[in-house]
Design a protein. Sequence first.
Length: 122
Amino acid sequence: MTAYGPYTPIVSANNMLFISGQIGIDPKTNHVGQTVTEQTKQVLKNMETLLANEGAGLGDVVKTTVFLTDMSTFQEMNAVYENTFPAPRPARSTVGVKELPRLGDTPLLVEIEAIARKKEVA
C-alpha cells in the first residue's frame, strides 16, 4: 500500500495494530470514486488489505475514526460501513472536517483510521 506522505500505513505495537487514515484511492489504478459511497468502499478495501498483510481482518478492528468533509453524507458512509464491518462493530467516532487532500481534480470526501488487535498466535 502506498503512503501519500511521511507516515507508515500500519504500525504494530505489542498486541495492537494502528492503521493510519485510509483514503479512497484504488492502489491498482490510482482512481478515486466521485461519491462518498465509492470512496468509503475503497477506504475499507484498503484497510482490509493492510490488516490481511498483518494476519488480521476487519473483525479485529476495535476502534475507528471517520473524517467526513460533508456531514450530510453521513448516512451514505454509514450504509457502506454497516455492510462491511461484521458485528459486533468497532467503537467509532465520526468527525466533520473542512476538507481532505485532493487527488488531482477529485476531492477526497472520507478518511478512516483504525485500531485493531492482533490475533493470538497459538
